[in-house]
Design a binder for this molecule. Structure first.
Ligand SMILES: Nc1ncnc2c1ncn2[C@@H]1O[C@H](COP(=O)(O)OP(=O)(O)OP(=O)(O)O)[C@@H](O)[C@H]1O
Ligand SMILES: [Mg+2]
Length: 261
């Protein structure tokens, strides 16, 4: 796992007056209308807002999957505007771990092979790949599922494999677009426990969610409406369902998540 970065904070995300305009049949559609947002290392931010409010657009810009029409963005001190496509994809691979609603695991590969994949692309030697993938899977409570294929795991387990895959390259930033959107409430708690554990290790997480219960895990909630930030507040994170879950686990005799502080 990465080093504890908590003693020194620095701006991982600095968005300034970000506008994204689409032209649809001669009409302008503004997905964001001037968003300024700065996120420091170690923050756990939930982005909320109604459908169409611009959450995914903003996330795609933060994740260097898309570029703004106007405005400035610095990721980990790097001005994104200065980069060409090749440099953008390099910075994306090096600095960002993505978790999507639909897991996006390769069905023909075991959990550990899925987690090793980003390191294979990066040319990490196979022994080290295996070692780091094991560590990442342990940290999300899946030490006992490494050889399972996606269709041999629950939704919550598959999403935790996706979380392990996102952190295995030790990115500066973890981005998640509705990571619990396809999960039942027990699996959601498992996945959120994994995110809470990443935050406790000092990692920076930005997550989109529609659910207040899920946003409760974050240290900061940013609300969007019609492409503008309408609310931005810090909070003490709470884990609404965890005590309930602990009882369920005891009843099942299953083990608690490993790696929790
Ligand atoms: N490629 C595109 N072309 C045209 N308009 C777009 C495009 N992508 C998004 N939009 C528009 O921009 C607005 C913001 O879309 P976005 O996907 O960011 O919303 P969202 O907050 O993620 O919504 P949801 O909760 O439904 O996922 C919407 O009105 C959408 O129709
Ligand atoms: Mg969206």
């Amino acid at each position: 796992m990465g080093p504890d970065r908590s003693p020194n904070r620095w701006p991982v995300i600095a968005l300034s007056n970000i506008v994204k305009r689409y032209v649809m049949g001669g009409n302008d559609v503004y997905a964001t209308r001037g968003v300024s947002l700065s996120v420091s290392s170690g923050e756990f931010v939930a982005i909320m807002g109604a459908s169409g409010s611009g959450k995914s657009t903003l996330m795609n810009i933060i994740g260097c999957l898309d570029v703004p029409t106007s405005g400035h963005y610095r990721l980990d001190g790097v001005n994104i505007r200065d980069l060409d496509d090749r440099e953008l994809s390099r910075i994306r691979n090096r600095k960002i771990g993505f978790v999507f609603q639909g897991f996006n695991l390769l069905p023909t590969m075991s959990a550990i092979a899925n987690v090793e994949l980003p390191m294979a692309y990066a040319g990490v030697p196979s022994k080290e790949r295996r070692h780091r993938a094991e560590g990442a899977l342990e940290s999300v409570g899946l030490a006992d599922r490494m050889g399972h294929f996606p269709n041999e795991m629950s939704g919550g387990q598959q999403q935790r494999v996706a979380v392990a895959r996102a952190i295995v390259t030790d990115p500066s930033l973890i981005l998640a677009d509705e990571p619990t959107g396809n999960l039942d409430s027990k699996s959601s708690v498992d996945v959120m426990s994994a995110f809470a554990s990443l935050h406790a290790q000092g990692r920076t997480v930005v997550m989109i969610t529609h659910e207040e219960d899920i946003a409760a895990y974050a240290t900061r909630v940013v609300r969007l409406r019609d492409g503008i930030i309408t609310q931005d507040h810090h909070q003490t994170p709470s884990h609404p369902h965890e005590s309930h879950l602990a009882h369920a686990r005891q009843a099942e005799g299953s083990s608690a998540l490993a790696g929790r502080p």
